[in-house]
Design a protein around this ligand. Structure first.
Ligand SMILES: C[S@@+](CC[C@H](N)C(=O)[O-])C[C@H]1O[C@@H](n2cnc3c(N)ncnc32)[C@H](O)[C@@H]1O
Length: 243
């Protein structure tokens, strides 16, 4: 039984529109370049493939991509755009896709959808299970913004605009949190949506990779390869399965 929130049909239908900024070429192209290089001649597997934001351009670059995705409505949206990408509907911590892959990747903070440490460790193990010897597991993940919490403050805004206000609330004891979104529609009505996550530090990720028999090959701040520093708010990390 997964702890993940379920992405329903309404969310799936609106996903590409509400995530339009993540489809912008300046955001997406560096990710696709990075992953194309790492896939090399081998096939790639995307955990939490969603509607194919990253998978479809990778396929268009000639990479063979499969996916594992919990939400059938998200897969339906993907297959409306490209029907030839194989997807297993299931939990990325436990579900398997036949084959061996040179690259398994999990982007846009999606490991946080698994809300227990045990499931996150299982996810790393599942990635390692799918990799050919020498294959790589890549994660794109934010660094928890805990330094933004002055004592007594309950929430941290991550976007404040005319059409959208978003903020996170955290529970430090469990490393769990919720992202809250208030969106104003063109007719002036406001909708509320929330998603739940468990945050992980980069060092905890390395330990999970170690438990899964992989070692850190590279950690950069973003898909452009910027250096990861004390002040980085995200990381793109690559772990490798021994040859
Ligand atoms: C932020 S979206 C990312 C989708 C896509 N990778 C992208 O970059 O656009 C998160 C996705 O994770 C999926 N998801 C959440 N929990 C999951 C789980 N336990 N196993 C597989 N997919 C999961 C959701 O259904 C959703 O499609």
């Amino acid at each position: 039984m997964t702890s993940s929130d379920f992405w329903d049909a309404e969310t799936a239908e609106r996903y590409d529109e509400t995530s339009a900024f993540m489809f912008a070429p300046e955001v997406l192209d560096p990710a696709v370049d990075f992953l194309t290089d790492l896939a090399g001649d081998g096939p790639a597997l995307e955990f939490a493939i969603g509607t194919g934001r990253v998978a479809i351009p990778l396929v268009e670059r000639g990479v063979s991509v499969s996916g594992i995705e919990l939400s059938q409505p998200m897969v339906d949206q993907l297959h409306k755009k490209r029907a030839d990408i194989p997807v297993v509907v299931g939990d990325m911590a436990t579900s398997t896709m036949p084959g061996q892959f040179s690259l398994v990747y999990l982007v846009w903070n999606s490991i946080g959808n698994l809300r227990t440490q045990a499931e996150q460790v299982a996810c790393f193990r599942n990635a390692a299970r799918h990799l050919a010897p020498g294959g790589r597991f890549v994660i794109e993940l934010w660094v928890p913004g805990i330094r933004r919490f002055p004592p007594g403050q309950a929430a941290v805004p991550f976007h404040v605009g005319r059409h959208h206000v978003g903020f996170d609330t955290y529970d430090m004891a469990t490393q769990r949190g919720t992202s809250h979104h208030y969106r104003r529609r063109p007719d002036g009505t406001v909708t509320y949506g929330a998603s739940n996550f468990r945050y992980i530090w980069p060092a905890e990720c390395d330990l999970m990779a170690q438990l899964a028999g992989m070692h850190l090959e590279q950690r950069v701040a973003d898909w452009n390869g910027g250096p990861f520093t004390n002040d980085s708010e995200s990381h793109v990390s690559t772990w490798r399965k021994p040859v």
